[in-house]
Design a protein around this ligand. Structure first.
Ligand SMILES: Cc1ncc(COP(=O)(O)O)c(C=O)c1O
Length: 448
């Protein structure tokens, strides 16, 4: 008899059993308490145990339960669409709800292809992605991103989508220095569109602030106006994947709002349902919507759970909580406080090579040598060791989110994403920093 019938992500790991969560804290069934420094995986933006969300789920489950998108719409779906678009950039008035970030990006690709077909450009089908990126686990989203490990595993099903370099100044792809570089990486998009043939390129997908693949790497501010202009020139839709960085996480409603640029399609996920329900969305401009309205008047796509009322009701309750507690406004100053403390850790600690990010989407890169930025050998699995130490070896547990940056143009890196719930207060941030500092000291001891 198997000890468990679950097919886990890792068959080597003995996972603790989560028992409950309140605010920024989680307990396992052995009574161990953890401070969630990563909002799960950048999901639980309003913290755990929020009664109003639980109540909304309960009420909607009792009231309607399920309705199918080809038969009904629902009050929660209509309400959530209104709430989400009223804060979105002007001219972005329509939204398609799905259940997760992968589905959202996959849906954005389908919208892009149907958009071009309706505009009599049926040969446009390729999606250009960036080497430092992650957009999901489906084959189309894997094809448009640089996660080498997953691409190799499923290589026969990975499509020939081109990848361009992402701006990442700590380790510049062009070996140049900003601002002298003139953000030359951005112009690679144009070279790639031309070499693929503009008539074949449907869309360009990018994370405005790179999440797990480069631990909150923020691009130079000119980057977006350059790529926006290139997309316009070649009739390529710009899709910004804000599954991690959007919906307030970076201190603005959308991360792209920091950069004075706009996208044609924006995907949101993770924090949209706050972890209370699987929920994600694709926002689209009126220009994209109008093409559907004037032509097919149907989107050839669909999921059983798209826009389901129970998830949307949770989404409405999460949005109300964010607004009632001014959380969209408060992330920026909390992030500044936390980032300053992370810089203090970096000054003292020999293995913290870089601190980066905006708002409460912050990242550390762990290195063997700060001056040369040499990384640890992949076999040492340093980021994962840090995660395990933080979970298990301190008097008080700390949850971190790791990345290894095993993407198309880099050797493996060790990343820690620090992204606590927006509700975290100063005292809790101080505890997070104290636990993180202890963790990094212990990692240092283990290496030597
Ligand atoms: C930027 C980004 N896009 C898309 C996804 C995929 O989202 P999901 O795991 O909800 O399918 C992720 C997941 O981590 C992500 O970080």
């Amino acid at each position: 008899m198997a000890e468990s019938n679950v097919f886990y992500r890792s068959l080597e790991t003995k996972y603790p059993v989560i028992e409950k969560g309140t605010g920024v804290y989680v307990w396992d069934n052995q009574g161990r308490k953890y401070l969630d420094g990563a909002s799960g995986c950048v999901v639980t933006n309003i913290g755990y145990g929020v009664e109003s969300v639980a109540e909304a789920l309960y009420q909607e489950a009792r009231q309607t339960g399920f309705s199918h998108g080809s038969v009904f719409t629902s009050k929660p779906q209509e309400e959530l669409a209104r709430l989400i678009t009223e804060d979105a950039p002007g001219g972005m008035d329509y939204v398609y709800f799905v259940s997760g970030g992968t589905e959202a990006n996959e849906t954005a690709f389908s919208i892009a292809l149907q958009y071009h077909r309706q505009n009599n450009n049926p040969s446009k089908w390729k999606i250009i992605g960036r080497r430092l990126s992650y957009h999901g686990s489906s084959f189309a989203t894997l094809s448009a991103a640089g996660n080498i490990q997953r691409r190799r595993m499923y290589s026969p099903l990975v499509m020939p989508f081109p990848l361009v370099p992402a701006p990442h100044c700590y380790r510049c792809y062009c070996n140049a220095t900003y601002p002298e570089c003139g953000v030359s990486c951005a112009y690679e998009l144009e070279n790639t569109i031309l070499s693929e043939g503009p008539e074949n390129v449907a869309a360009f997908i990018l994370e405005p602030i790179i999440g797990t693949s480069a631990a909150a790497s923020v691009p130079p501010k000119e980057y977006f106006s350059i790529v926006r202009e290139i997309c316009n020139r070649y009739d390529v839709l710009m899709i910004t994947d804000e599954v991690i960085c959007g919906y307030g996480r970076s201190g603005r409603y959308l991360a792209l709002d920091h950069f004075d640029a706009s996208a044609d399609l924006v995907t949101l996920g993770k924090g949209l349902g706050g972890g209370y329900t699987p929920l994600a969305a694709v926002l689209m401009t009126d220009k994209v919507y109008d093409t559907f309205n004037r032509n097919a008047r149907k989107f050839i796509h669909g999921y059983t759970y798209q826009g389901n009322p129970v998830s949307c009701a949770a989404g409405v309750a999460v949005n109300r909580y964010l607004k009632d507690h001014n959380l969209f406004q408060r992330v920026e100053s909390k992030g500044r406080y936390l980032k300053e403390k992370l810089h203090q850790i970096a000054e003292k600690n020999a293995i913290v090579g870089d601190v980066r990010g905006l708002g409460l989407l912050l990242g550390l890169e762990l290195v063997k040598d700060k001056a040369s930025k040499e990384s640890f050998p992949a076999a040492k699995n340093i980021a994962e060791k840090a995660r395990e130490i933080a979970m298990n070896d301190l008097d008080h547990g700390l949850m971190l989110y790791t990345g290894v940056g095993r993407t198309a143009d880099v050797t493996p890196r060790d990343y820690l994403l620090i992204a606590p719930p927006f509700t975290i207060n100063e005292e809790e941030m101080d505890l997070l920093v104290q636990l993180l500092s202890l963790t990094l000291d212990k990692v240092g001891e283990k290496i030597n």
